[in-house]
Design a protein around this ligand. Structure first.
Ligand code: CA
Length: 158
């Protein structure tokens, strides 16, 4: 199975480093951006499976990034906000963020929220045609996209 790519948009390099190591250790492929413009470019060029978006970013705020990408980027976005900025969090949810987490947060809480966001996203996507949607046991293969069943590579008509 391919590792999921997660873009971490964070200007605090210490936090960025910790998050990058945490995600890598948990089977994700981490991409990084240290300001809003870079985050926007990374989302456009790499289309990551998820974005962890710090709201307080230089050059372009997390809210502006969210506003720009939400028109076409449909994968989960979890916003990371500083403690006490309630309005900002509400605004982010209104703009289409899937969830938010408040600094300082624990590693296990973040990972749990990421799993939840991926799960919700997969439920929404199921049945929509996914390149990995096939199932095989021994010589038996079911291809859900093509709606075909193969045994030893030969299509079986049901
Ligand atoms: Ca920040």
């Amino acid at each position: 199975m391919n590792r999921k790519t997660v873009l971490i948009a964070e200007d605090d390099l210490r936090i960025l480093d910790v998050l990058e190591k945490l995600l890598s250790a948990n089977g994700y492929q981490a991409l990084t951006a240290v300001n809003g413009q870079a985050a926007l470019q990374m989302i456009r060029s790499h289309c990551p499976d998820m974005v962890l978006l710090d709201l307080g970013l230089p050059k372009m705020s997390g809210l502006e990034v969210l506003q720009q990408v939400r028109q076409w980027y449909e994968r989960p976005v979890i916003v990371v906000s500083a403690h006490g900025l309630e309005k900002e969090k509400v605004r982010a949810l209104d703009l289409g963020a899937d969830d938010y987490i408040t600094k300082p947060f624990g590693a296990s809480e973040l990972l749990a929220r990421m799993r939840t966001a991926f799960r919700h996203h997969n439920v929404q996507e199921s049945g929509m045609g996914n390149p990995d949607s096939s199932y095989s046991v021994g010589d038996f293969l079911i291809d859900y996209n093509q709606r075909k069943v193969f045994v030893e590579g030969v299509e079986i008509r049901l």
